[in-house]
Design a protein around this ligand. Structure first.
Ligand code: P6P
Length: 311
């Protein structure tokens, strides 16, 4: 823990972050602060609308999307952004901008009525647009975790740092250099409904249970992966199945940012064929992918089980 915790801007300055990226991250952090406030005080009811996937939107989904969009516009640095809540690319400055930002404004919002932690996820690329871009080209990625405390976990490509929102509304550094060990004490298995079609998944889970690993699964990607980063070990799996042949989770604004952060922490993230998530090029803003992410040896074990049985 830091004895004299710097705020985000001062910390990024000392890390040698460019002025433009530091400014953009400051605007994104402010958006996260306002979303945290909206969750605590806003209407958690349904908006009466659906997103492009036909999923019922909450008022908060729409509000969070607006908050992030407005702050990206206000930064005067963004060429375009892609949001889970917007079907099309939103062009702001086009070729006159510096960065393109992909974000999931409120991931796990369907859980909000249960009062569990939910989050926002973002990734920043230089330049204008996303098509053909890979997670390996991300220049910064992070997520906000709206729990008992609001935190921001952020990486600029080297190390992973955790900031906490303090009582004067500033994100201040809390923990630096979060690292993920090669083996894990826990497992976080999503999409168990894939088991009837993929017996390898049942064998993998039995393997983990036989090795006395503890189950850690909330149904929210942000808290489930935040647990891996904060505890320094874990494995998160979300394989595909017939309902989602490519996988349920989105590449651009869920899996690529999380893979970037986890890789920077010494972990690993692949799809169920074993392809690194960061090497998958974006073909559509809303591409989906399967994902195995976390402690390197556990990710490798997952792939071994899935490659033993070809589907
Ligand atoms: P399931 C939340 O809806 C989400 O997009 C991720 O946050 C989470 O990891 C996943 O879906 C949970 O999916 O099928 O367990 O509800």
């Amino acid at each position: 823990m830091h004895k004299n915790p710097q705020n985000l801007n001062a910390f990024l300055f000392d890390q040698g972050c460019s002025e433009d990226l530091r400014s953009l991250l400051t605007f994104i952090a402010r958006a996260g602060k306002y979303v945290a406030h909206a969750i605590k005080t806003g209407d958690i009811g349904k908006a009466g609308t659906s997103n492009l996937y036909g999923e019922e939107q909450l008022s908060l989904d729409i509000l969070a999307d607006e908050i992030f969009g407005e702050h990206l516009v206000e930064s005067n640095l963004v060429s375009a952004f892609a949001s889970e809540e917007q079907e099309q690319l939103v062009t702001i400055l086009g070729d006159n901008g510096k960065f393109s930002v992909a974000f999931d404004p409120l991931d796990g919002s369907s859980l909000i009525d249960t009062n569990v932690t939910i989050g926002s996820i973002f990734a920043i690329w230089e330049g204008n647009g996303f098509l053909g871009r890979k997670g390996s080209e991300i220049v910064a990625a992070g997520y906000f975790s709206y729990g008992p405390r609001t935190t921001l976990v952020l990486s600029l490509g080297n190390i992973v740092d955790e900031f906490v929102l303090n009582d004067i509304g500033e994100f201040q550094i809390y923990r630096s250099n979060l690292c993920i060990k090669p083996t894990s004490k826990t497992f976080s298995p999503g999409n168990l409904r894939a088991i009837p079609e993929k017996p390898a998944y049942a064998h993998l889970l039995q393997h983990w249970i036989s090795n006395t690993k503890t189950l850690r699964y909330t149904g929210g990607m942000v808290p489930d992966i935040n647990s891996i980063l904060c505890k320094g070990n874990g494995i998160f799996t979300y394989p595909s199945h017939s309902q989602y042949p490519q996988g349920k989770l989105r590449l651009l604004y869920e899996c690529a940012p999380m893979a970037f952060i986890v890789n920077c922490a010494g972990g690993k993230a692949v799809n169920e064929k074993g392809n690194p998530i960061l090497d998958i090029a974006c073909e559509n803003l809303h591409d989906r992918t399967s994902i195995f992410l976390g402690s390197t040896q556990e990710v490798d074990t997952s792939i071994e089980f899935f490659q033993r049985i070809h589907y």
